[in-house]
Structure formats: structure tokens, C-alpha cells
Design a protein around this ligand. Structure first.
Ligand code: HAM
Length: 430
């Protein structure tokens, strides 16, 4: 027997029961981003491998062991994007978007990392990424965080914790690195294998360990915040003050280092304990050196990305908006004449109410069978047409999700009655 083909490990199908929630979330995000003047860019899934090596950093988990890299038919080394910032910067430089300009951009789509799959961690996952270019001040750092906070409100998500840190400038970090390396060397015996390896390559990442046996060593390590110059400290304080003034609660986590090398100064993560081990829903920060590092004229930048699978899991858990995207109406037609009339009535209703989700019964069947299909489709109302209704120029309207009798409505009145019953559609069309 031939073996059934399966999806690649860690790559998930998003099935029709789930897509309405995704669409709703994406529509809300689009509306929030438009409200801050951010514009969408659509970027390739494939980039030259070198782009990621030069931006994310050669000594990071992503570049060392998680990229989907292959040689194409010309022998060029290409990589499925593991994140969106690098491609966004590449595109901005290539099209001259950053030259003496401010750009507020966002993108969405799949990202690919060959990580060990588990709940909330996949090999193909989706992000909405938001990036602001050409603005060096702390005001835009706060703006980005306010955007994310507004999105949680707009989605009805509560209880996310905002963690903030400053990684300083490369010079500040270099000074800190020396002190940190001395400290870690003095405690080398208590580092695990990964810690010892990182000590030589990327010592700040030692602080990011998940190994509880190293918690003491990490807790006792010197803090980068003590190595910031006045200017970086002022930048960080201004971000914190603006958030406090806007009523956004946060905690400062001096161990927050991020897994990508391009950050400078402000970094942040929104975390939850409700998703198990993979609790970071959104993360980002400032990356002032990256545009220049990738060959552009120097331009300050900051941004963040949201992990959509994790956000969807939170929305599902909270039971947000059940029945999203289900049909409003299922048209039950009994007999050939009613079927013909039903098809035309449905078209007229769709003309009058462009937001209406109306499913017409196909494939015939008796009253009982059609009502069963209406129920299974999740419809809120059945619209019943039999010979009698057609002759009267009316249709029976029966609620399916609440108790209530079937009522006879003249076809000319139907659009008005449905609008009154189903309420005005939300702007996203749900
Ligand atoms: P990141 O922290 O690597 O940052 O990813 C951002 C978010 O994507 C994570 O917080 C998480 O929610 C989600 N995510 C990452 N990996 C996975 C995975 N394997 N499965 C499911 N979700 C995942 C970045 O990617 C930066 N480009 C963010 C940024 C934009 N910084 C500045 N601008």
C-alpha cells in the first residue's frame, strides 16, 4: 500500500474552521496599523542567504542551525526567510526608501525556522512585522509599543506582560561584554555546554539560557543597564516615561537580550504564561546599525513582530468571537420551482446586502436533511422556500441559534428584516 503523504513536520494547515479567526485578527491589525500611518510592503519569501548571515548574525541559533538554505539551479545559496526585518531593510535600501525619509512599514506572512516543533513553535509560522525607519528618538520606540498595546485591546486580549530592556550601543555593549566575559569565566564550571560555547562566541546569549541550573549565575551577572552612557540611559528613560504616561504597564528585565544580533538600545517582548514554554507573543526593538550594515546610508530604525500562531492560540483559549465567519443565512429550497426562485432570491439579497454570508442549499433533499445541513453550516437563520412561499412572494425565516418560530416575510422586505436581525456588519466584514 502506498503511504499517505503528510505535511512537512512543523508546518501546519490552517483549516476553514480557523481561517475566520485569522482573517479577523489580520483585519484588526490592518486597521490599527493604518491608524498610525503604517503602510504595507509585500516581500519575497526567498532571499540570498548572505542577507540573513549579515543581519541576524552568524553566531545565532537562527543562522547556525535553523535556516532552510539550499542552492538553486544556478548554484546561488538561497534561504526561506526566518524573519522579516532583514528583507524589509534589503527592500528599502534597494528601492531608495530610506534616503532622507521616514518610512512606517508593515508586512505579514510565513517565516521558516528549523526549530524543534512543539506547542506554539513551528517550522513554518506567521508574523505581522512593523518597522519604522529614519527616526532616532525614543518617541517612535514608544509609538511601536503603543501600537502593539492597542492591538491587544482591539482583539480583547488581556494579561500580556510587557518586558523592556536597553541593549545600549555597540560600544557600550563591547565594554559590558568584557566585564560579562570575566564574570562568566570566573563561573565557567557552572555553565552548561551551550553556555561555555556561547561564552566564546556570543556571551550575552548566555543570559538567555532556559537551564534552571544556571539561574543563579545569570542572576548574579553584571547588568548591561549599568554600562549605558547618559545618552542611552536618557533614551531608555524617555521610552519608559512615555509608556507610563500612556498607562502601559511594563517591567524592566535586564536579562532580556533577544536572539538576533542587530538590536541596539530599546528591546521589548510581550509575554504570557498561558501558552506554556513558548510564551513570547510579540518581540522587537531598535536596530540603528542594520541599514548601514547591509549597505545603505545610515538610518535609524526600530520595529517588532507578532507571532500569529501564538496570538491565535490566545484568542482561541479566550473563546473570542465564536462563530466568526459562519453563514448568516442558509437557504432551504423545497422542490424544483423553489430551487429556481431561491437561486434568484439569493442573488438579489447579495446585491442588496454585500456583507451577507448566504449559503444556498445544493443537491436537493427533503426539509429535514436541508435543515440539518443548515445547522451543520453554523447558519444563524434558515430561509425556507417551498411552492406556497414562492406563490405568495414570501419566504419563511427561522432562527437556528435561538428559539423562535418561523415567520413569513415578503421577499421585498427581506433585506430590511435581515439587516435589522443581523445588525450592521463590522468594518472587517464579520
Ligand atoms: P523574533 O523574536 O525572532 O523576532 O520573532 C518574533 C515573534 O515571532 C516571536 O516573539 C514569536 O511570537 C514568533 N515566533 C518566532 N519563532 C517562532 C516559531 N518557530 N513558531 C511560532 N512563532 C514563532 C523577529 O523575528 C524580529 N524580526 C522582530 C523585529 C522586527 N525586530 C525588529 N523588527
Amino acid at each position: 500500500m502506498t503511504k499517505n503523504l503528510q505535511a512537512v513536520r512543523g508546518m501546519r494547515d490552517i483549516l476553514p474552521e480557523q481561517t475566520p479567526l485569522w482573517q479577523w485578527l489580520e483585519a484588526r491589525a490592518r486597521a490599527v496599523l493604518a491608524g498610525y500611518g503604517y503602510r504595507e510592503v509585500r516581500l519575497p519569501l526567498l532571499e540570498m542567504t548572505e542577507l540573513f548571515e549579515r543581519s541576524i548574525g552568524e553566531v545565532t541559533d537562527i543562522v547556525e542551525k535553523e535556516m532552510y538554505t539550499f542552492a538553486d539551479r544556478n548554484g546561488d545559496s538561497l534561504t526561506l526567510r526566518p524573519e522579516g526585518t532583514a528583507g524589509c531593510v534589503r527592500a528599502g535600501i534597494e528601492h531608495g526608501l530610506f534616503y532622507n525619509q521616514v518610512q512606517r512599514l508593515w508586512y505579514q506572512g510565513p517565516m521558516f525556522r528549523h526549530e524543534r516543533p512543539q506547542k506554539g513553535r513551528y517550522r513554518q509560522f506567521h508574523q505581522i512585522g512593523v518597522e519604522a525607519f529614519g527616526l532616532a528618538g525614543p518617541d517612535v520606540d514608544s509609538e511601536l509599543i503603543l501600537i502593539s498595546a492597542r492591538l491587544w485591546r482591539s482583539l480583547g486580549i488581556e494579561g500580556l506582560e510587557l518586558q523592556l530592556n536597553s541593549l545600549g550601543t555597540p560600544a557600550e555593549r563591547a565594554r559590558y561584554r568584557e566585564v560579562l566575559v570575566d564574570y562568566l569565566r570566573a563561573h565557567e564550571g557552572r555553565l552548561d555546554e551551550d553556555g561555555r560555547r556561547r561564552l566564546g562566541t556570543n556571551p550575552l546569549r548566555v543570559l538567555d539560557t532556559k537551564n534552571p541550573d544556571m539561574a543563579d549565575v545569570v542572576a548574579g551577572a553584571p547588568s548591561l543597564l549599568d554600562f549605558l552612557t547618559e545618552e542611552s540611559r536618557g533614551h531608555f528613560t524617555a521610552v519608559c516615561d512615555a509608556l507610563a504616561a500612556a498607562g502601559v504597564a511594563f517591567t524592566i528585565n535586564p536579562r532580556l537580550v533577544r536572539g538576533l544580533d542587530y538590536y541596539s538600545r530599546t528591546v521589548f517582548e510581550w509575554v504570557t504564561t498561558r501558552l506554556g514554554a513558548q510564551g513570547t507573543v510579540c518581540a522587537g526593538g531598535r536596530y540603528d546599525g542594520l541599514v548601514e550594515q547591509l549597505g545603505g546610508r545610515p538610518a535609524p530604525a526600530a520595529g517588532f513582530a507578532i507571532g500569529l500562531e501564538r496570538l491565535v492560540a490566545l484568542l482561541e483559549e479566550a473563546g473570542v468571537a465564536p462563530g466568526l465567519g459562519d453563514p448568516h443565512v442558509y437557504l432551504v429550497a423545497l422542490g424544483a420551482e423553489a430551487e429556481r426562485a431561491g437561486l434568484l432570491l439569493a442573488e438579489r439579497l447579495r446585491d442588496a446586502l454585500p456583507w451577507l454570508r448566504l449559503v444556498v442549499n445544493c443537491g436537493g433533499g427533503g426539509m429535514k436533511a436541508q435543515f440539518k445541513r443548515a445547522d451543520r453550516a453554523g447558519a444563524r437563520y434558515a430561509l425556507v422556500l417551498g411552492e406556497g412561499e414562492v406563490a405568495r412572494g414570501a419566504a419563511g425565516l427561522k432562527p437556528l441559534r435561538e428559539t423562535g418560530e418561523q415567520e413569513d416575510v415578503a421577499t421585498g422586505e427581506l433585506a430590511a428584516v435581515l439587516t435589522a436581525r443581523l445588525g450592521p456588519p463590522r468594518p472587517e466584514g464579520f
